[in-house]
Design a protein around this ligand. Sequence first.
Ligand code: SF4
Length: 337
Amino acid sequence: MTTPQEATAAGERLLRIEDLEVTVHKHGGPVSLVRETSFEVREGEIVCLVGESGSGKSVTARTIMGLTQLDPQMEVTGRILLGDDDLAAMPAERVRRLRGRDLTMVFQEPLSSLDPVYTVDFQLREALRRRERLSRRAERDRLLSALAEVGIHDGDRVLQSYPHQLSGGMCQRVMIAMALLGRPRLLIADEPTTALDVTVQAQILALIDRLRQEEGMAVLLVTHDMGVAADLADRVIVMYAGQVVEDAAPRDIFARPAHPYTAGLLASIPPMVGERPERLLAIPGSVPDPSALPSGCSFHPRCRFATETCLTTRPIAGDLDGRRVACWNPLIEEGVA
Ligand code: SF4
């Protein structure tokens, strides 16, 4: 069995997260939002970060971009290595200069990311100029082709528009075009296609897939959609209550999930073909409030495999048959295919 890293045909390691911890300091005391999180993304690789709302996916993504750290109530420890540079130890101004050029992010909420006082034309030109200088005519051609890549074929109209004059789905496509214009080394995309209809969604995911293959762009894709993960991911990282609970190649995760939470997520997906079950299986309960995490394994109140140890002792992530799993009683055994 190959390790998740060996399982990809991807290039050199681009991003390495080591022991990331994100804590918010509130009046009631510190609250841990992300804990003991470590993973890698290689050049040309798509890594999907999955889990329910509140599992720490978006906080992790925003922290890699250096955005969490802008809030004085937040404390970030650990290392965020982009190549050899540790973004966590870098002055905010240097990280800001990298954003949009080396690493870029597409957010769930396009209207909060586009500047309402500037036209789309102005904002796209700014993004393009971070990477290269062209004549105004060549710039315009690039903007129109970037918009066409995300399915916008009336580019002249859209370029002249302000964000409030466009629909949410159109703004989302503009955001994606803007992110990809700079041809970043690392794209972080947080539910990038949620607001789009399925045909545009498929078109944009195909574009991301093409850019990683042709240009070696690395992608960290935050999604709750296990179908997207199954289609695109070279590796799947499952987060729960601020921790990575399983990190594996998709063929392993989908064929034989090792962590009970991963198995629960997969069991709650409606089948695309065949008979529909009378009731969908759901994981009982909900993601715990980070300020009141259960003792031991955070998943134990929802886990039917929990034992005494699970109630008292937090599982440490370990290697198991080519994947990393944080569970005392994983659903697979070493060496049993
Ligand atoms: Fe369930 Fe225990 Fe594994 Fe946690 S450590 S997922 S409670 S079996």
